[in-house]
Design a protein around this ligand. Structure first.
Ligand code: C2E
Ligand code: MG
Ligand code: MG
Ligand code: MG
Length: 278
């Protein structure tokens, strides 16, 4: 009996696995032409300065509207793009579009206001390809966006492994004026040691810390410690996933520099973001 059930179980799982693999291959195939078919677009989530509440920039987030499946989560398709190597064409397209949009923002803002930055996520594979400084330079040159208005967000996984290569690349990028942020900070085990070797301008505290900052004294202690540590190294701190006024208040009180989250503003399409500015 048990043996039969076991065998069925095995079959069931292997079928489920086959289906998962099949779905990935399918997605990869469809993702290949998605940009040219206009199915991919960027949304922008505003970033605010906690000190005076001013909007200072926005993070570009990629969306895929699949003709049959509707919105596919970035956690799914970015991974497909990364594994398949598609990110090496998609990444530069995203970067260029984000720079173009950021140039448009400066035109609708009053002349006296400080320019907004655009923050673009860069995947591990893009960093490893080594071509990133050239791609970035070309985008800035062609769009006319000032280097200091472009921020690149990297995760710890992007710098793990080859830290010498990563820190050389980041140093090259930063020497042109582009800012580099470490995304999802605090989720890896070696965040602190990376900061010693990898030069960055700022860290984004992962939203899992922010989620419980009002209820869990440990999360508050860690968040406060990250802020203090970053400031002692002279780098900026961004909190992500601010969903409540209370979280905003406590982050502000602890001296966090910047914040983003649903309470402050959801990601919106490029046109809607322009309206928000105008
Ligand atoms: P991330 O860079 O950490 O982006 C923040 C994610 O948190 C976004 O999810 C955003 O929509 C979501 N978020 C913002 N505020 C809140 C909040 O208050 N509460 C909650 N629960 N979530 C909030 P999204 O857009 O689904 O993106 C997921 C991840 O996919 C991103 O995480 C990033 O790692 C990756 N990604 C998105 N666009 C790109 C891209 O153009 N290139 C690359 N390489 N990765 C991207
Ligand atoms: Mg990010
Ligand atoms: Mg993040
Ligand atoms: Mg994340």
């Amino acid at each position: 009996q048990a043996k039969v059930a076991g065998k069925n179980c095995y079959r069931f799982y292997s079928r489920a696995m086959d289906q998962a693999v099949e779905r990935r291959v399918h997605l990869e195939h469809e993702l290949r032409g998605a940009w040219d078919r206009g199915e991919l677009s960027l949304v922008y989530q505003p970033v605010y300065r906690l000190g005076d509440g001013a909007m200072v920039g926005a993070e570009a987030l990629l969306r895929w509207r699949h003709p049959e499946q509707g919105l596919v989560a970035p956690s799914v398709f970015i991974d497909v793009a990364e594994q398949s190597g598609l990110i090496e064409t998609l990444g530069p397209q995203v970067l260029r579009a984000a720079c173009q949009d950021a140039v448009r923002w400066q035109h609708v803002r009053p002349a006296a206001s400080e320019p907004l930055f655009v923050s673009v996520n860069v995947s591990p594979r893009q960093l490893r390809s080594g071509d990133l400084p050239n791609v970035v330079a070309a985008c800035l040159h062609d769009t006319g966006l000032a280097a200091h208005n472009l921020h690149l967000e990297l995760t710890e996984t992007a710098v793990i492994g080859d830290e010498i290569h990563a820190s050389n690349l980041l140093a090259r990028l930063r020497s042109t004026g582009v800012k580099v942020w470490l995304d999802d900070f605090g989720t890896g085990f070696s965040g602190l040691s990376h900061l010693r070797r990898v030069p960055v301008d700022g860290v984004k505290i992962d939203r899992s810390f922010i989620a419980d900052v009002l209820r869990d004294p440990d999360d508050l202690a860690l968040t406060t410690a990250i802020i203090a540590m970053a400031h002692s190294l002279g780098i900026t701190v961004v909190a992500e996933g601010v969903e409540k006024e209370g979280q905003y208040a406590v982050l502000r009180e602890r001296g966090c520099d910047l914040a983003q989250g649903y309470w402050l503003g959801h990601p919106v399409g490029a046109d809607e973001f322009m309206t928000l500015l105008g």
